[in-house]
Design a binder for this molecule. Structure first.
Ligand code: DAH
Length: 340
Protein backbone atom coordinates (compact mmCIF):
# COMPACT_ATOMS: atom_id res chain seq x y z
CA UNK A 1 0.00 0.00 0.00
CA UNK A 2 2.84 2.34 0.89
CA UNK A 3 4.40 1.88 -2.47
CA UNK A 4 1.19 2.35 -4.36
CA UNK A 5 0.56 5.59 -2.50
CA UNK A 6 4.07 6.84 -3.10
CA UNK A 7 3.75 6.15 -6.80
CA UNK A 8 0.40 7.84 -6.93
CA UNK A 9 1.74 10.82 -4.93
CA UNK A 10 4.61 11.27 -7.36
CA UNK A 11 2.24 11.08 -10.35
CA UNK A 12 -0.23 13.48 -8.78
CA UNK A 13 2.53 15.91 -7.78
CA UNK A 14 3.74 16.06 -11.39
CA UNK A 15 0.22 16.52 -12.75
CA UNK A 16 -0.47 19.34 -10.30
CA UNK A 17 2.78 21.10 -11.06
CA UNK A 18 1.97 20.91 -14.77
CA UNK A 19 -1.59 22.24 -14.34
CA UNK A 20 -1.65 25.83 -15.61
CA UNK A 21 -5.33 26.58 -16.13
CA UNK A 22 -8.74 25.96 -14.62
CA UNK A 23 -9.32 23.37 -17.32
CA UNK A 24 -6.24 21.27 -16.64
CA UNK A 25 -6.93 21.58 -12.92
CA UNK A 26 -10.45 20.29 -13.43
CA UNK A 27 -9.05 17.32 -15.33
CA UNK A 28 -6.68 16.67 -12.40
CA UNK A 29 -9.51 16.78 -9.88
CA UNK A 30 -11.58 14.42 -11.97
CA UNK A 31 -8.69 11.98 -12.27
CA UNK A 32 -7.53 11.97 -8.63
CA UNK A 33 -10.00 13.46 -6.19
CA UNK A 34 -13.49 12.85 -7.58
CA UNK A 35 -15.75 10.04 -6.42
CA UNK A 36 -14.45 7.73 -9.13
CA UNK A 37 -10.90 9.09 -8.95
CA UNK A 38 -7.71 7.27 -8.12
CA UNK A 39 -7.75 8.20 -4.38
CA UNK A 40 -11.22 6.70 -3.95
CA UNK A 41 -9.83 3.70 -5.84
CA UNK A 42 -7.28 3.26 -3.04
CA UNK A 43 -10.07 3.13 -0.48
CA UNK A 44 -11.74 0.39 -2.44
CA UNK A 45 -8.51 -1.58 -2.43
CA UNK A 46 -8.57 -1.66 1.39
CA UNK A 47 -10.75 -4.71 1.00
CA UNK A 48 -7.71 -6.65 -0.18
CA UNK A 49 -5.63 -5.62 2.81
CA UNK A 50 -5.33 -7.95 5.74
CA UNK A 51 -7.86 -6.98 8.43
CA UNK A 52 -5.24 -6.22 11.07
CA UNK A 53 -3.43 -3.82 8.73
CA UNK A 54 -6.55 -2.08 7.53
CA UNK A 55 -6.79 0.71 10.17
CA UNK A 56 -3.20 1.79 9.59
CA UNK A 57 -3.60 1.62 5.80
CA UNK A 58 -6.85 3.57 5.98
CA UNK A 59 -5.12 6.25 8.01
CA UNK A 60 -2.33 6.59 5.46
CA UNK A 61 -4.82 6.85 2.61
CA UNK A 62 -6.76 9.49 4.48
CA UNK A 63 -3.66 11.49 5.19
CA UNK A 64 -2.68 11.24 1.54
CA UNK A 65 -6.11 12.39 0.50
CA UNK A 66 -5.95 15.39 2.83
CA UNK A 67 -2.50 16.37 1.62
CA UNK A 68 -3.48 16.02 -2.03
CA UNK A 69 -6.63 18.09 -1.45
CA UNK A 70 -4.58 20.82 0.21
CA UNK A 71 -2.08 20.76 -2.67
CA UNK A 72 -4.97 20.92 -5.13
CA UNK A 73 -6.39 24.00 -3.37
CA UNK A 74 -3.01 25.69 -3.34
CA UNK A 75 -2.65 25.02 -7.08
CA UNK A 76 -6.14 26.42 -7.68
CA UNK A 77 -5.20 29.59 -5.84
CA UNK A 78 -2.00 29.91 -7.84
CA UNK A 79 -3.87 29.47 -11.14
CA UNK A 80 -6.64 31.92 -10.18
CA UNK A 81 -4.09 34.54 -9.22
CA UNK A 82 -2.20 34.05 -12.47
CA UNK A 83 -5.37 34.28 -14.55
CA UNK A 84 -6.47 37.45 -12.74
CA UNK A 85 -3.07 39.02 -13.26
CA UNK A 86 -3.19 38.16 -16.96
CA UNK A 87 -6.67 39.64 -17.31
CA UNK A 88 -5.72 42.80 -15.48
CA UNK A 89 -2.72 43.22 -17.73
CA UNK A 90 -4.85 42.71 -20.85
CA UNK A 91 -7.55 45.12 -19.73
CA UNK A 92 -5.27 47.79 -18.33
CA UNK A 93 -6.17 51.33 -19.41
CA UNK A 94 -3.51 53.96 -19.81
CA UNK A 95 -5.23 56.91 -18.22
CA UNK A 96 -2.49 59.25 -19.42
CA UNK A 97 -3.52 58.73 -23.09
CA UNK A 98 -5.36 61.70 -24.62
CA UNK A 99 -9.16 61.20 -24.70
CA UNK A 100 -10.97 60.43 -27.95
CA UNK A 101 -12.26 63.60 -29.51
CA UNK A 102 -16.03 63.86 -29.83
CA UNK A 103 -17.30 65.76 -32.82
CA UNK A 104 -19.65 68.39 -31.38
CA UNK A 105 -22.57 69.56 -33.44
CA UNK A 106 -23.78 73.13 -33.67
CA UNK A 107 -26.93 74.87 -34.78
CA UNK A 108 -26.86 76.32 -38.27
CA UNK A 109 -26.71 80.13 -38.30
CA UNK A 110 -30.11 80.22 -40.03
CA UNK A 111 -31.56 78.15 -37.19
CA UNK A 112 -29.82 80.33 -34.60
CA UNK A 113 -31.32 83.51 -36.05
CA UNK A 114 -34.72 81.91 -36.56
CA UNK A 115 -34.75 80.81 -32.91
CA UNK A 116 -33.67 84.24 -31.71
CA UNK A 117 -36.44 85.91 -33.69
CA UNK A 118 -39.03 83.46 -32.37
CA UNK A 119 -37.75 83.96 -28.80
CA UNK A 120 -38.10 87.71 -29.04
CA UNK A 121 -41.61 87.69 -30.47
CA UNK A 122 -42.73 84.83 -28.24
CA UNK A 123 -41.91 87.19 -25.38
CA UNK A 124 -44.48 89.60 -26.86
CA UNK A 125 -47.15 86.88 -27.03
CA UNK A 126 -46.71 85.62 -30.60
CA UNK A 127 -47.51 82.02 -31.55
CA UNK A 128 -45.76 80.10 -34.33
CA UNK A 129 -47.70 78.79 -37.33
CA UNK A 130 -46.33 76.98 -40.39
CA UNK A 131 -47.85 76.75 -43.85
CA UNK A 132 -47.07 74.61 -46.91
CA UNK A 133 -44.10 75.27 -49.22
CA UNK A 134 -46.22 74.36 -52.24
CA UNK A 135 -48.97 76.96 -52.46
CA UNK A 136 -51.81 77.78 -54.77
CA UNK A 137 -51.91 81.03 -56.65
CA UNK A 138 -54.85 82.14 -54.51
CA UNK A 139 -52.96 82.08 -51.22
CA UNK A 140 -49.60 83.19 -52.60
CA UNK A 141 -50.99 86.10 -54.63
CA UNK A 142 -54.68 86.71 -55.24
CA UNK A 143 -56.02 86.89 -51.71
CA UNK A 144 -52.97 88.95 -50.73
CA UNK A 145 -54.37 91.60 -53.04
CA UNK A 146 -52.14 90.66 -55.99
CA UNK A 147 -54.67 89.85 -58.73
CA UNK A 148 -53.72 88.06 -61.95
CA UNK A 149 -51.87 90.27 -64.45
CA UNK A 150 -51.04 92.74 -61.71
CA UNK A 151 -47.54 94.13 -62.29
CA UNK A 152 -46.66 93.45 -58.63
CA UNK A 153 -46.41 89.76 -59.52
CA UNK A 154 -43.19 90.58 -61.32
CA UNK A 155 -41.68 91.71 -57.99
CA UNK A 156 -41.17 88.04 -57.22
CA UNK A 157 -39.74 85.66 -59.81
CA UNK A 158 -42.01 82.71 -59.31
CA UNK A 159 -41.35 79.00 -59.77
CA UNK A 160 -44.55 77.48 -61.18
CA UNK A 161 -45.23 73.78 -60.56
CA UNK A 162 -48.50 73.83 -62.52
CA UNK A 163 -50.97 76.35 -63.88
CA UNK A 164 -52.02 77.72 -60.48
CA UNK A 165 -49.55 75.97 -58.20
CA UNK A 166 -46.31 77.63 -57.12
CA UNK A 167 -43.39 77.18 -54.75
CA UNK A 168 -44.38 79.92 -52.32
CA UNK A 169 -42.44 83.08 -53.08
CA UNK A 170 -42.87 84.43 -49.55
CA UNK A 171 -44.32 83.45 -46.17
CA UNK A 172 -47.17 85.96 -46.56
CA UNK A 173 -49.67 83.25 -47.68
CA UNK A 174 -49.32 82.09 -44.07
CA UNK A 175 -51.25 85.27 -43.13
CA UNK A 176 -54.21 84.11 -45.19
CA UNK A 177 -54.11 80.59 -43.73
CA UNK A 178 -53.97 81.94 -40.17
CA UNK A 179 -56.86 84.36 -40.72
CA UNK A 180 -58.88 81.55 -42.33
CA UNK A 181 -58.43 79.36 -39.29
CA UNK A 182 -58.56 81.84 -36.41
CA UNK A 183 -60.59 84.83 -35.32
CA UNK A 184 -58.94 88.02 -34.03
CA UNK A 185 -57.12 88.77 -31.83
CA UNK A 186 -54.31 87.17 -33.84
CA UNK A 187 -50.59 87.36 -33.10
CA UNK A 188 -48.53 84.91 -35.12
CA UNK A 189 -45.13 84.29 -36.63
CA UNK A 190 -44.83 82.18 -39.77
CA UNK A 191 -41.28 80.95 -40.37
CA UNK A 192 -40.45 79.00 -43.51
CA UNK A 193 -38.53 78.34 -46.70
CA UNK A 194 -39.43 80.42 -49.73
CA UNK A 195 -38.40 80.18 -53.38
CA UNK A 196 -37.57 82.65 -56.13
CA UNK A 197 -35.76 82.41 -59.41
CA UNK A 198 -32.94 84.66 -58.32
CA UNK A 199 -29.28 84.00 -57.52
CA UNK A 200 -26.26 86.17 -56.74
CA UNK A 201 -24.00 87.04 -53.77
CA UNK A 202 -26.98 88.11 -51.65
CA UNK A 203 -29.82 86.10 -53.26
CA UNK A 204 -30.43 82.36 -53.26
CA UNK A 205 -33.28 80.56 -55.10
CA UNK A 206 -34.26 79.05 -51.73
CA UNK A 207 -34.16 81.21 -48.65
CA UNK A 208 -36.00 81.72 -45.37
CA UNK A 209 -38.49 84.29 -44.18
CA UNK A 210 -40.31 85.03 -40.97
CA UNK A 211 -43.73 86.52 -41.41
CA UNK A 212 -45.39 88.42 -38.60
CA UNK A 213 -49.10 89.18 -38.35
CA UNK A 214 -51.12 90.93 -35.67
CA UNK A 215 -54.86 91.52 -36.07
CA UNK A 216 -56.78 93.24 -33.31
CA UNK A 217 -58.73 96.41 -32.62
CA UNK A 218 -56.93 99.70 -33.30
CA UNK A 219 -53.60 98.30 -34.48
CA UNK A 220 -51.37 101.06 -35.84
CA UNK A 221 -47.91 101.63 -37.28
CA UNK A 222 -46.82 102.60 -33.75
CA UNK A 223 -47.49 99.03 -32.64
CA UNK A 224 -45.44 97.80 -35.57
CA UNK A 225 -42.51 100.06 -34.80
CA UNK A 226 -42.60 99.28 -31.07
CA UNK A 227 -42.43 95.54 -31.74
CA UNK A 228 -39.73 95.89 -34.36
CA UNK A 229 -37.64 98.05 -32.01
CA UNK A 230 -37.66 95.18 -29.51
CA UNK A 231 -36.74 92.76 -32.28
CA UNK A 232 -33.75 94.73 -33.63
CA UNK A 233 -32.49 95.43 -30.13
CA UNK A 234 -32.57 91.71 -29.30
CA UNK A 235 -30.55 90.91 -32.41
CA UNK A 236 -28.24 93.88 -32.84
CA UNK A 237 -27.86 95.37 -29.37
CA UNK A 238 -29.85 97.55 -26.94
CA UNK A 239 -28.69 100.84 -28.42
CA UNK A 240 -30.15 100.41 -31.94
CA UNK A 241 -33.49 101.80 -33.13
CA UNK A 242 -35.67 101.55 -36.22
CA UNK A 243 -36.73 104.01 -38.89
CA UNK A 244 -39.75 103.53 -41.15
CA UNK A 245 -39.68 104.70 -44.75
CA UNK A 246 -42.68 104.71 -47.08
CA UNK A 247 -42.72 101.80 -49.51
CA UNK A 248 -45.10 99.66 -51.50
CA UNK A 249 -46.42 96.14 -51.01
CA UNK A 250 -49.77 95.09 -52.44
CA UNK A 251 -50.90 93.47 -49.16
CA UNK A 252 -50.22 96.45 -46.88
CA UNK A 253 -51.37 100.05 -46.92
CA UNK A 254 -49.49 102.03 -45.86
CA UNK A 255 -46.37 99.97 -46.51
CA UNK A 256 -42.99 100.62 -44.97
CA UNK A 257 -39.39 99.64 -45.41
CA UNK A 258 -37.78 99.26 -41.99
CA UNK A 259 -34.18 100.36 -41.38
CA UNK A 260 -32.10 99.72 -38.28
CA UNK A 261 -29.58 102.30 -37.10
CA UNK A 262 -26.11 101.04 -37.97
CA UNK A 263 -24.86 98.80 -35.15
CA UNK A 264 -21.33 98.99 -36.54
CA UNK A 265 -20.78 102.76 -36.39
CA UNK A 266 -23.68 103.84 -34.20
CA UNK A 267 -25.13 105.87 -37.07
CA UNK A 268 -22.14 108.04 -37.92
CA UNK A 269 -21.62 106.34 -41.26
CA UNK A 270 -19.32 103.45 -42.26
CA UNK A 271 -18.87 100.98 -45.13
CA UNK A 272 -21.46 98.57 -43.66
CA UNK A 273 -24.25 101.17 -43.79
CA UNK A 274 -22.81 102.67 -46.98
CA UNK A 275 -22.22 105.87 -45.00
CA UNK A 276 -25.93 106.47 -44.42
CA UNK A 277 -26.08 105.40 -40.75
CA UNK A 278 -29.02 103.08 -41.56
CA UNK A 279 -29.37 99.50 -42.79
CA UNK A 280 -32.53 98.17 -44.43
CA UNK A 281 -33.74 95.05 -42.63
CA UNK A 282 -37.33 94.22 -43.53
CA UNK A 283 -40.67 95.22 -45.00
CA UNK A 284 -44.00 95.65 -43.32
CA UNK A 285 -47.10 97.75 -42.99
CA UNK A 286 -50.73 97.91 -42.05
CA UNK A 287 -52.69 94.97 -43.46
CA UNK A 288 -54.61 96.09 -46.54
CA UNK A 289 -58.43 96.30 -46.14
CA UNK A 290 -58.82 93.94 -49.09
CA UNK A 291 -56.69 91.27 -47.41
CA UNK A 292 -58.79 91.41 -44.22
CA UNK A 293 -61.97 91.27 -46.29
CA UNK A 294 -60.61 88.32 -48.32
CA UNK A 295 -60.40 86.44 -45.00
CA UNK A 296 -63.83 87.46 -43.73
CA UNK A 297 -62.52 89.99 -41.20
CA UNK A 298 -64.35 93.32 -41.00
CA UNK A 299 -61.82 96.14 -41.60
CA UNK A 300 -64.17 98.59 -39.87
CA UNK A 301 -63.80 96.62 -36.65
CA UNK A 302 -60.27 95.26 -36.88
CA UNK A 303 -56.94 96.37 -38.23
CA UNK A 304 -53.68 94.52 -38.57
CA UNK A 305 -49.98 94.90 -38.92
CA UNK A 306 -47.69 92.61 -40.88
CA UNK A 307 -44.02 92.29 -41.54
CA UNK A 308 -41.71 89.97 -43.45
CA UNK A 309 -38.16 89.34 -42.30
CA UNK A 310 -35.50 87.77 -44.53
CA UNK A 311 -33.66 85.41 -42.20
CA UNK A 312 -30.54 85.11 -44.36
CA UNK A 313 -30.29 88.87 -44.54
CA UNK A 314 -30.43 89.18 -40.76
CA UNK A 315 -27.92 86.33 -40.31
CA UNK A 316 -25.51 87.92 -42.81
CA UNK A 317 -25.73 91.27 -41.02
CA UNK A 318 -25.51 89.76 -37.58
CA UNK A 319 -22.50 87.54 -38.28
CA UNK A 320 -20.77 89.64 -40.95
CA UNK A 321 -21.28 87.09 -43.75
CA UNK A 322 -20.72 88.61 -47.18
CA UNK A 323 -21.82 85.74 -49.43
CA UNK A 324 -25.19 84.00 -49.03
CA UNK A 325 -23.72 80.86 -50.61
CA UNK A 326 -21.74 80.19 -47.41
CA UNK A 327 -25.04 79.52 -45.65
CA UNK A 328 -25.89 76.62 -47.98
CA UNK A 329 -22.54 75.05 -48.92
CA UNK A 330 -22.24 73.28 -45.54
CA UNK A 331 -18.50 73.84 -45.35
CA UNK A 332 -17.55 72.75 -41.83
CA UNK A 333 -14.84 75.42 -41.58
CA UNK A 334 -17.66 77.94 -41.81
CA UNK A 335 -20.28 76.13 -39.75
CA UNK A 336 -17.91 75.33 -36.85
CA UNK A 337 -17.62 79.02 -36.13
CA UNK A 338 -21.19 78.99 -34.80
CA UNK A 339 -20.49 76.52 -32.03
CA UNK A 340 -21.58 78.20 -28.86
N1 DAH B 1 -43.77 89.25 -48.56
C1 DAH B 1 -42.80 90.32 -48.76
C2 DAH B 1 -41.66 89.82 -49.58
O1 DAH B 1 -41.44 88.68 -49.63
C3 DAH B 1 -42.28 90.81 -47.44
C4 DAH B 1 -43.35 91.53 -46.67
C5 DAH B 1 -43.54 92.87 -46.82
C6 DAH B 1 -44.15 90.82 -45.83
C7 DAH B 1 -44.50 93.55 -46.13
C8 DAH B 1 -45.15 91.49 -45.13
C9 DAH B 1 -45.32 92.86 -45.29
O2 DAH B 1 -45.97 90.87 -44.29
O3 DAH B 1 -46.26 93.50 -44.60
O4 DAH B 1 -40.97 90.62 -50.15
Amino acid sequence: MHEIIEQLAAQAGEALAAADSRETLAVFWQEYLSKNGKVSGLMKQLRNVAPEERPAAGKIINEFKQKLTADYEAAAERINAAELAARNAAEAVDITLPAKRRALGALHPITLVKNQIIDTFAGMGFEVFEGPEIEDDDHNFTRLNVPKNHPARDMQDTFYLAEDIVLRTHTSPGQIRVMDSKNPPIKVLVPGRVFRSDSDATHSPMFHQMEGLVVDKRITLCDLQGMLDKFVQALFGPEVKTRLRPSYFPFTEPSVEVDVSCFECGGKGCPLCKHTGWIEVLGGGIVHHNVLKNCGIDPEEYSGLAFGIGIERIAMLRYGINNIGLLFENDLRFLKQFRE
